[in-house]
Design a protein around this ligand. Sequence first.
Ligand code: ATP
Ligand code: MG
Ligand code: MG
Ligand code: MG
Length: 563
Amino acid sequence: MRYSQYLLPTLKETPAEAEVISHQLMLRAGMIRKVAAGIYSYLPFGLRSLRKMEQIIREEMNRAGAIECLMPMANPAELWQESGRWEKYGKELLRFKDRKSADFCMGPTHEEVITDIIRNTVNSYKQLPLNLYQIQTKFRDEIRPRFGLMRGREFIMKDAYSFDLEDSGADTSYQKMYQAYRNIFNRCGLKYRSVEADSGAIGGNFSHEFMVLAESGEDGIVSCDSCEYAANVEKAELIYADSVPPVATQEVQKVDTPGQKTIEDVARFLQVNPQQIVKTLIVQTSNDEVLAVLLRGDRELNPIKLANLLGVDWVLMAEEEVVQEATGAPTGFAGPIGLSIRVVADAEVKTMADFVIGGNAVDVHVVGANHGRDFEVSQFADIRQAVAGDPCPRCKEGKFESWRGIEVGHIFKLGIRYSEAMNATVLDAQGQAQPLVMGCYGIGVGRTVAAAIEQNHDENGIILPMPLAPFQVLVTLLNPKDDQVREAAEKLYQQLLDLNIEVLLDDRDERPGIKFKDADLIGIPLRVTVGARSLKEGNVELKVRESGAVTMVSVDEIVVQLQ
Ligand code: ATP
Ligand code: MG
Ligand code: MG
Ligand code: MG
């Protein structure tokens, strides 16, 4: 590719809208441009990196026996109604109507569509196991899209779904994906941890997140300094909450207040469907009555299991976006949310914020549990999160270290939740219909590239690892008007192309200073500078972007070196 004929609009200034370094650099290096909040165009240079990422994923998925397919972005409501998620999903699900007024949504994930495919095409256990994946554009109407490709509304995801006859088979499918994910992130050259994430109703360690270590990460993770245990703090915290004593509660159907609020009122205030409310309870606090609402979470977390874990009768759950709207909690905050809802008189309720208060605000906490002892006082969470220095619950010997991480991948054993709801069965060896045991496995393509930049950059620009770099070699032609220099650069360019090396020739009519600045910014791993002075001695200059190491290499040697 010739720079002079390419579209690589670099920026000198850091765009004000970009908070994190990867977002700044992706804009400055001409990789992406914003179209609307959380919606980006991938410019040619950025697209090349995304395609590299996709190819690594594709190779490792194929190697693990998964099969590629492609499902539509537009999903009919009927499938989502069957699974129950049409009602449950909340506002992240972008719904729309077609010209005939039929309901549709943009797929934020594809359990429904894939389950529909499999139930219509597979009927015998002999056709199993199956694992299908796609690399496809998702839409999630994130409440606070930010950080560029890191948290977009429209983004590319690899999602895979496994189908097995038996639980043990599903475990094997899960392990294969776990290994494939390790291969993928190892190949990308990323520093990451695979951590136990919440496993919801399923139990066991059948949900792992793959976290790229970065200070800008939205997730907190802990790992033991002595054993293998590593977990998202949202999961690790559950272990610490074991000691919370039972709470005196009383189940109610109607909230006894001046306004006599019904469950429907509560649902409306929480902006959830009434069917999502499992239980509504009055909890006595030291100076108030607190209404606790048990919401059926999405696949994120099972409140009943959580309540058991906590040894309490209730756990207040709210969808991430509900909590965010109510409290302004940071994006990406999810998990057990110990918000209490104080019932206030009608007149006072104008916004969610009037209605919802932090569960551990002073004197608004659960009876029988002391903050400071049972959990730390925190504006957003009732349950103390694991922190560095805490004893490891697994080996009971080590201590926790804590990290910030970017969730780039997530694998999850789904069990029969979707297959039961959608009646996806196969016949077993005895001819009995059995619900398929499923797993789902996601990787954010753009988020991983952004995370790689978050980890690999310096003050001058991007230093993408070779496997994700848009080009392998940049040939910088210093004096385009000097025929000899131009010919030497052109010849090298052609030789590299012939060897299938991805090369960008900077043949622009620009000053060397500008070319070098751009070269550092866009961060192609190897730069060969062809200039009049070194050429006189039969040399070109080879610079490694990462180390900054510069060597003079003879014109005859350079191609061999770059191979
Ligand atoms: P998060 O906790 O960051 O909101 P998630 O848990 O909702 O992510 P999953 O449903 O597990 O995401 O989706 C699988 C993968 O898709 C994630 O691990 C992440 O890499 C990617 N992903 C999810 N949401 C986004 C987004 N808004 N923008 C870019 N990538 C995303
Ligand atoms: Mg999310
Ligand atoms: Mg998550
Ligand atoms: Mg996830």
